[in-house]
Design a protein around this ligand. Structure first.
Ligand code: HEM
Length: 516
């Protein structure tokens, strides 16, 4: 027995020795001390070797980082293993960075995921700043998201909005429970598919549901993408992939559906009366043209589409869900919205995009929803070169994380920051002032800021408009539970909003009569 105890004791000692040795190896492998002489931003206490990794593994990363900043300051220097990160939680510092270092922070430096269509450098979101990104951005603005392009596609969205209303009306008549995310996602995804590709995916043969499923799966992968962006180098050294298998799976499925669409589209181009989508035409032309401004492949086209589906669908859908939750919890806001819509639009037709400029309270409600519940709470970029910000030195290749969630709930910027108060955006003379603009960072900033802002405002505004104008909403219990879902990087509700609808007491709109 004594001998056994002895052997166990020895084993224990050897084990501890091996652990210490590997910790030491890891430490020297991953952690290099910053060069002497630099004044780095303050660094909160960290753990040996892993540094601040634990913060990024928390269930609500934006909240953990917000808590850290409120304790240690608005600009912090963090590290995960040997990856340096600057965390910014103040609007004025974010403004300084985007004003003086915009090009320097215009790459996200996410893993490039070569060979995949999703989160790939071939698209727009994860593309490094350079010629390809410029080509894609110009195309997206001129053919899809700029004011003129949006005007051209207004009819497509109006048709989808009618379908959305009729679908809700049908559910109300059947007294069926409505899952807001499910219904709104159909509206948003159909609209974006139609304006990008000139067609919507069919509900009958399951294509549309397949695309929505892939977008939802991609959303679930964004947290891993975020971690991979920070941990890329250490993981590469260890040969660990966070999500290659899942990426491959989603990517293949997107590829199958999109290849079919491209082939179908190419066939219609040959037809005489071809009336396709401007964007598809330009992309396919650039794909086949040796002298094109930027030479692209079919995979560039597909990756761009995947990026656009993901960027547009979840952000707008989740925003609409949050705003409806707030409206249901604040009956005085619902009343004010109804009064405004009834007096401007009336009760004989459905709200349209062109009504929005005359509905300031609805616009303010949408903006307040995007402030309090930004669907993308953290902006991630990389400083390509070393620079100075706020008197501190930021070394090259430092990751930049701007905590938009913290900035838009900062009591120094916003009165009663946690209260849903559309009135704060009613004073348009104030809302255009520089200092007001830089506090509102839900769409990011600088040249990599969101190009879909205008589309987002009209899609969210009209969807909320229809829901408020046409239905009363009933939920189980007194209040909508507004808790945030844990473990995700996009901000969404922990408890999906489900309601039953009662049509308001005006005659249902008949679109066939109106059209004729
Ligand atoms: C409520 C709705 C939306 C919100 C809050 C939102 C927010 C954002 C944010 C925070 C970013 C990153 C910006 C940065 O790094 O500075 C972004 C990027 C992007 N968004 Fe949106 N977005 C919304 C809707 C849309 C829509 C409807 C589209 C249309 C397709 C879109 C397309 C994009 C694209 C393409 C990018 C990447 C831009 C680039 O890397 O150059 N977004 N969005």
């Amino acid at each position: 027995m004594g001998a056994i105890m002895n052997v166990d004791y020895q084993n224990c000692f050897i084990l501890i020795f091996i652990c210490l040795l590997s910790l030491l190896c890891c430490y020297s492998l991953f952690f290099k001390k910053p060069k002497v002489g630099f004044r780095l931003p303050p660094c909160p206490p960290s753990l040996p070797i892993i540094g601040h990794l634990h913060l990024f593994l928390s269930l609500l990363i934006h909240k953990s980082l917000q808590k850290l900043s409120s304790k240690y300051g608005p600009m912090l220097y963090l590290r995960v293993f040997n990856v340096p990160i600057v965390l910014v939680s103040s609007s004025s510092i974010a403004y300084e960075i985007f004003r003086s270092q915009d090009v320097n922070v215009s790459s996200r430096n996410f893993p490039t995921n070569e060979g995949f269509l999703i989160f790939s450098s071939l698209g727009i979101f994860t593309a490094p700043y350079g010629d390809q990104w410029k080509f894609m951005k110009k195309l997206v603005v001129t053919k899809l998201l700029g004011p003129q392009a949006l005007e051209r596609s207004q009819g497509v969205r109006a048709k989808e909005l009618e379908g959305f209303y009729l679908n809700l009306l049908d559910k109300a008549m059947q007294k069926e429970s409505v899952d807001i995310v499910e219904e709104v996602m159909k509206l948003v995804n159909n609209s974006i598919c139609k304006i990008i590709m000139g067609k919507i995916f069919s509900e009958e043969d399951g294509e549309a549901e397949c695309i929505r499923g892939l977008v939802t799966k991609s959303d679930a992968l964004t947290k891993k993408l975020f971690l991979a962006a920070i941990l890329r180098k250490p993981l590469k050294k260890l040969g660990i992939s966070l999500f290659e298998k899942e990426l491959m799976d989603v990517s293949h499925k997107f590829d199958e559906v999109l290849e079919k669409i491209l082939v179908e589209y190419e066939e219609t181009v040959l037809e005489e009366d071809h009336q396709g989508s401007d964007m598809m035409d330009v992309l396919l032309e650039a794909c086949g043209d040796e002298n094109a401004e930027y030479k692209i492949t079919r995979n560039h086209i597909k990756s761009l589409f995947v990026d656009l589906f993901i960027a547009a669908t979840d952000s707008s859908t989740y925003t609409i869900q949050w705003i409806m939750g707030e409206i249901m919890n604040n009956s005085y806001i619902l009343e004010k919205l109804r009064e405004e819509i009834d007096s401007v639009v009336g009760k004989t037709r459905l709200i349209q995009e062109t009504d929005l400029p005359n509905l300031p309270y609805l616009q303010a409600t949408v903006k307040e929803g995007i402030r309090l519940h930004p669907p993308a709470p953290l902006l991630v970029r990389t400083f390509q070169e070393g620079c100075e910000i706020g008197g501190f030195y930021i070394p090259e290749k430092t990751k930049l994380i701007v905590n938009g969630y913290a900035i838009m709930r900062d009591p120094a910027n916003w009165e009663d920051p946690l209260v849903f108060k559309p009135e704060r955006f009613l004073d348009s003379s104030r809302s255009n002032q520089k200092e007001e603009l830089l506090k509102f960072i839900s769409f990011g900033s600088g040249r990599r800021g969101c190009p879909g802002v205008n589309l987002a405002y009209v899609s969210v505004g009209t969807a909320i408009g229809v829901m408020v104008q046409c239905f009363d909403w009933k939920i189980k219990g007194d209040k909508v539970n507004m808790d945030e879902a844990a473990g995700k990087i996009t901000l969404t509700m922990a408890h999906p909003l489900k309601c039953t609808l009662v049509p308001r007491n005006h005659v249902p709109f008949n679109f066939n009569c109106a059209d004729s």
